[in-house]
Design a protein around this ligand. Sequence first.
Ligand code: KG4
Ligand code: ZN
Length: 392
Amino acid sequence: MKILAIESSCDETAAAVVQFDENADNIEILSNVVVSQIDIFAVYGGVIPEVAARSHLEVILPVIHKALDDAGVTKDEIDAIAVTHTPGLVGSLMVGTLTARMLAILWQKPLYAVHHLKSHIYANWLGPEHSLEVKSPQFPLLALVISGGHTQIIRMEAHNQFEIVGTTRDDAVGECFDKVAKILGLPYPGGPAIAKCAENGNADMYKLPHPKLPGLDFSFSGLKTAVLRAVQAELKLPISTPSYELKDKLTEQQRADFAASFQKTACEIMLEKLKMAFEEFPDTKSVVFAGGVSANGLLRKMALEAAQKPLAQAESQKCYDVACFAENGLGGLLRGASEGFLGSDVDVYFPEPKYAGDNAAMVGAAACFEIKTGAEPTDPYKLSIAPRRKIN
Ligand code: KG4
Ligand code: ZN
């Protein structure tokens, strides 16, 4: 079956055509088109919802045409349409869902409404290397969903079953990367900028606190404030100094040291909670990373180290596949990674970096497994958006 998938929940306009082989659970990506608004929002230092919606409107139809062209298929060969309808920015979601509804009505195709975080998780079922030698994540699994808007640990006992076992009480970790980048004078989006800047920094230069939150919940607002205070202290300025005045006073080395120290602390916090979750659910067979922050090279490296496999050893034993490399160092698709993530028998999965951020191929992947597990199509005349809705 061929699915046309559409994603527009934030500042990427994306469409993809995926082909699903239900018997083999194999998803082939026939096309994957992403138009990013990053260049527009780099100027403002963050997303402006109204501008995002207008930009989606300008490009969504050309993006869909290109996805069909690249896949070499016509509308008649499409079996179903899938679209992100929650969560996200109101105007952005409206453009994607209204377009999908219109096409479903005009072309008389079944329409599937997909949750954005499901899509991020199902990015781990994507990739050209997702072939016979590389097995899919096994259930029960724990997914660490780390994006600009969400930070959650989700347990899945089977396809399309989601239980949130931990969530952030305040900022998402991606938001924290973006806010710290702003304090340091690095561009939007902050994650890749911090990763790049950190390459020249000493990650042990500044000691930053780990939140003392019981259970599996996260908190990242304290870490952001801790960076702010540490920068003020380093520059010998009072805590009343506005954050926007700090960036010009930092030397390049200080900026790099702060970026590296922050990045390391954020990764440690994520992996500590994952370890706790793993201890709470010892029957876990796979750990899956999902969302924009999962592109982070240091996180990938530290996760492998937590898997008690030094990188070189893992490489020489070919117990994971590096399909391509992220810009910021170690990256790529790490699948079926090792014996013993965090000291036990579990496989570690990262999406290929190009599928870690927002894209429509992952929406198609999530829809494939919704359809396989019996989800009914939605009424294209009635589908509404939900800016905030939990995954389950
Ligand atoms: O999943 P995503 O593309 O969009 C949302 O659903 O929010 O995630 C975007 C977030 C941004 O906060 C961005 O700074 C972060 O992912 N990000 C990264 C990296 N690449 C993107 N964070 C850390 N390291 C990266 N390499
Ligand atoms: Zn996302």
